[in-house]
Structures are given as structure tokens and as C-alpha cells.
Ligand binder design. Sequence first.
Ligand code: ZN
Length: 62
Amino acid sequence: MTSIQTLTGECPECETGVTTPPIEVGETMGCPECMLTLRVEGISEGVLDLRMVEVQLRDWGE
Ligand SMILES: [Zn+2]
């Protein structure tokens, strides 16, 4: 049998603990608390190293 492991991490912005199904380095996820987009920079023993992604808004005016 295969047990599905979940990974845990902490939002660098609001310090909320987040849990996610297996995810790979480079993928992004959303913080359930502050809705920030977080990218997985690394995974160490089931713990995610999350970094905030600077979402570039197109501010070209209307
Ligand atoms: Zn957050």
C-alpha cells in the first residue's frame, strides 16, 4: 500500500501553516489565509520552503 504523504510549510507572509498534497519544487500554491501566491523553493523532509511570489500586475493603464 502506498500512503499519500502531505507536505507542510509555513507562509512567509502570515506564518500560517499550510498543508499540501505532494508538490514539486518550482510549483506554486496559494496561501489559504492571505491568498498570497507561494512558490516551493525547496523540500526538506516533508517540509516546504515557501517563498512569496511577486505577482506582476500589468499596470499599463486603461
Ligand atoms: Zn499567508
